[in-house]
Design a protein around this ligand. Structure first.
Ligand code: NAD
Ligand code: DAU
Length: 338
């Protein structure tokens, strides 16, 4: 049995990844280390309660003693998702982003190195490359040019990982993926936020002209790609992951309205996000060529399924809008989600 330490496994992508691992490999056990911030929700993995191949540890990746202890439990590989992940929050306060995304990564790297962990995957983002004009794609060789405090904290972590590979021959690999959609995404991010508002017939806040472009990928395709990299990726390499699915925010909003049968009058243009990146588009030919991975889920079908999932799981959405959660957000960030 191989033991994989997954950090941030109670978040959106981490929870989908743990389910993917346990469903696809009976020889894998998962240790999930998650602090349970506002974005971490044990309900995302409620179906695993009682599984002998799954263990949850609540804790902070920046806590050196704890991480050393966890790493000492016979960890064969690490897949590191834990992060502060929302751009708007990083604009409000970059402190938690630097602490978790940079210092947390450093603590994990040190402990993994100390315990001779055999493989480490750093789950990063296309946002480290900055913004594109109307043409071109991000390749793995595109220079890093992050624009938000969030993207900068992720780029700093990537550079730290790179330095551990070069300095200590540490067996790490970096993945950089585009925008994910699918079940269990916290309703502060555009797709679940807009669906939850549309379901309540509330207006949706489209930033600026809404012509910014994102390259969407279903979370299950992203998880399959990370699994490929974990098994067969080359140490020290970066792999871009993307869905080859560029949409403007306005187009995407119109599609969501159409799926839900809601009027266009729900669109409300609001002030733009400061420093808003205009376009992301990923060239993912390297992972396709080297590891044989390909995005598989058709965007229109995946989006319709996703809308259905949020409509069917209104209790999950409602629990995140509980008074306790809302007051936590207000205290922390002075702004309410979802
Ligand atoms: P998320 O915000 O849904 O989940 C983050 C998880 O990390 C939560 O469960 C939270 O409790 C946990 N966490 C936060 N701080 C922690 C700490 N100090 N110690 C332990 N756990 C902590 O994020 P997500 O959207 O699932 O993203 C996961 C990773 O994937 C992030 O590293 C993000 O940068 C990267 N990524 C996300 C996307 C996307 O579209 N969502 C795309 C590319 C890359
Ligand atoms: O590209 C990968 C990144 O995708 C990840 O690294 C981040 O963790 C993840 O949050 C996501 O970042 P974005 O900033 O692209 O995602 P978000 O859902 O916040 O916004 C998507 C687009 O929609 C973006 O252009 C901003 C816009 N938007 C967002 C919100 C929340 C709006 O117009 N209105 C909104 O209310």
């Amino acid at each position: 049995m191989r033991t994989i330490l997954v950090t941030g496994g109670c978040g959106f992508i981490g929870s989908n990844f743990i389910r993917h691992l346990l469903d696809t490999d009976s020889q894998v056990g998962v240790l999930n280390l998650d602090l349970l911030t506002y974005a971490g929700n044990p309900a995302n993995l409620a179906d695993l309660t009682g599984s002998v191949r799954y263990r949850f540890i609540q804790g902070d990746i920046a806590n050196r003693d704890l991480v050393r202890q966890v790493m000492g439990k016979g960890v064969d590989a690490v897949v590191h998702f834990a992060a502060e992940s929302h751009v708007d929050r990083s604009i409000h306060d970059s402190g938690p982003f630097l602490r978790t995304n940079v210092v947390g990564t450093q603590v994990l790297l040190d402990a993994a190195r100390e315990h001779g962990v055999g493989r480490y995957v750093q789950v990063s983002t296309d946002e480290v490359y900055g913004s594109l004009g109307t043409v071109g794609f991000f390749t793995e060789d595109t220079p890093l040019a992050p624009n938000s405090p969030y993207a900068t904290s992720k780029a700093a972590a990537d550079l730290l990982v790179r330095s551990y590979v070069n300095t200590y021959k540490f067996p790490a690999i970096i993945t950089r993926c585009s925008n994910n959609y699918g079940p269990y995404q916290f309703p502060e991010k555009m797709i679940p936020l807009f669906i939850s508002k549309m379901l309540r017939d509330e207006r949706v806040p489209v930033y600026g002209d809404g012509l910014q472009v994102r390259d969407w990928i279903h979370v299950r395709d992203h998880c399959a790609a990370i699994d490929c990299v974990l098994r067969n990726g080359r140490i020290g390499e970066v792999y871009n992951i993307g869905g080859r699915c560029e949409r403007t925010n306005l187009d995407l909003t119109l599609t969501l309205l159409e799926i839900l049968g809601k009027p266009r009058s729900l669109i409300q243009h609001v002030n733009d996000r400061p420093g808003h990146d205009r376009r992301y588009a990923i060239d993912c030919r390297k992972i396709e060529r080297e590891l044989g991975w390909r995005p598989d889920i058709d965007f229109n079908a995946g989006l319709a399924d996703t809308v259905r999932w949020y409509a069917d799981n209104s209790d999950w959405l409602a629990s995140l809008r509980s008074r306790e959660y809302l007051s936590y957000c207000e205290k922390q960030y002075g702004r309410l989600a979802g």
